[in-house]
Design a protein around this ligand. Structure first.
Ligand code: HPA
Length: 361
């Protein structure tokens, strides 16, 4: 394999000059620069990033740990992270913690041992081990999607997530505006902030519509399709079942649809359906799914931006970036094509919170 010294010899310049040309660290005369680039081409020289890392103590790599990578929501986040990392000259190392706290701690340690410059992690519902590790080793990290409380006296982390409560309340208000009085929620895995915030939004939407909260209408679908199928079946077997459903993520929408089909119910004729989380084929369902679209790619890109800012300025205060979602009005809610949404109008826009402690809100 050609070395930098080979390139320097072939171009008739010093190794330092080759380095300046390749790294853009100092202006080099055009004909010298061209001679270096020609030699690089001719010898097939590629940068030895390992050697460079030894000098700079930086690997120009980011570790990404997200569970459920096959879920389109997380796949799009990954695309956003990858595109943005590449744009800034960083490569990615990816791990899937499988939403398992022990595995999560292990993969984060592996990424750290690979000396990534920083990490982007979507924490599990039990993130204590993860947070302790990141804090103990002072790993520059951005938490994604699921917010965590800073441990007592422990470090706070930068966090990037979507708005969850307000968009969920919009779905409920919309269904209430269409006359529904018994609106069920298939909620996600307990312990995740996305779950609790969407439940808060559900309750706010009910309150806004003057509807009582009935705990029998809230079931947990464990954030997965199979769990949601069971949870929806339980809702449908209530003495007085709901006339409308809100599902709290894309996978649970699929599970809920399976349960509705098994019960011989049609949407929206027998039961209306609104979903948190849009996905590419949601408008191919019949009826087309009314959904909240999360800015998934942007969540990934923003996480990279926040991480690079943290690397550039390690002592800056931690902050939480929340991105707004969009209400995608289709027909599973029972509206005819082209109708206007009922209920709340959206007021959300991107916002940054200087630091994050949910207990103080
Ligand atoms: N969080 C947010 N949105 C989602 C998730 C999640 O874990 N899964 C599918 N959509």
């Amino acid at each position: 394999m050609a070395t930098m010294a080979d390139v320097a010899r072939s171009a008739g310049v010093s190794v330092a000059t080759v380095s300046h040309v390749l790294n853009g660290t100092r202006p080099v005369l055009p004909h010298t620069r061209q001679a270096v680039l020609d030699a690089v081409e001719e010898l097939g020289y590629t940068t030895n990033t390992l050697a460079r890392s030894l000098v700079t103590a930086r690997t120009r790599s980011i570790g990404l740990a997200v569970s459920a990578i096959s879920n389109p929501y997380f796949t799009e986040i990954l695309q956003g992270v990858e595109a943005s990392a590449l744009e800034h000259g960083y490569s990615l190392l990816i791990a899937d913690p499988h939403d398992d706290p022990e595995h999560e701690r292990k993969v984060v340690q592996l990424l750290h041992e690979r000396r990534v410059d920083g990490m982007i992690v979507a924490p599990s519902a039990e993130p204590r081990g993860l947070l302790a590790y990141l804090g103990r080793h002072d790993v520059p990290a951005v938490l994604l999607d699921r917010l965590v409380d800073a441990p007592d006296g422990g470090p706070r982390f930068d966090q990037v997530c979507a708005d969850n409560a307000e968009p969920t309340s919009r779905l409920v208000a919309h269904l209430a505006g269409l006359g529904h009085r018994r609106i069920g929620l298939v909620a996600g895995r307990p312990g995740l902030s996305t779950t609790s915030e969407r439940i808060t939004g559900y309750r706010t939407g009910l309150a806004f519509a003057g509807l009582p909260y009935d705990e029998r209408l809230l079931v947990h679908g464990d954030s997965e399709s199979a769990g949601a199928e069971q949870a929806t079946a339980a809702l449908l077997s209530l003495a007085v079942p709901p006339t409308a459903l809100v599902t709290a993520n894309n996978a649970m929408t699929i599970g809920a649809l399976r349960a509705l089909r098994a019960h011989g119910l049609s949407v929206p004729g027998d039961i209306a359906l609104c979903c948190f989380d849009d996905f590419a084929w949601a408008d191919l369902f019949s009826p087309r799914l009314t959904a909240i679209a999360q800015p998934s790619r942007d969540i990934g890109a923003q996480a990279v931006r926040v991480l690079l800012e943290r690397l550039a300025e390690p002592d800056r205060p931690a902050r939480t970036v929340r991105l707004p979602c969009a209400f995608v009005h289709r027909t599973s809610c029972g509206c005819p094509e082209g109708a206007s949404p009922r209920g709340l109008s959206s007021t959300s826009s991107p916002r940054e919170e200087p630091s994050h402690d949910r207990r103080r809100r």
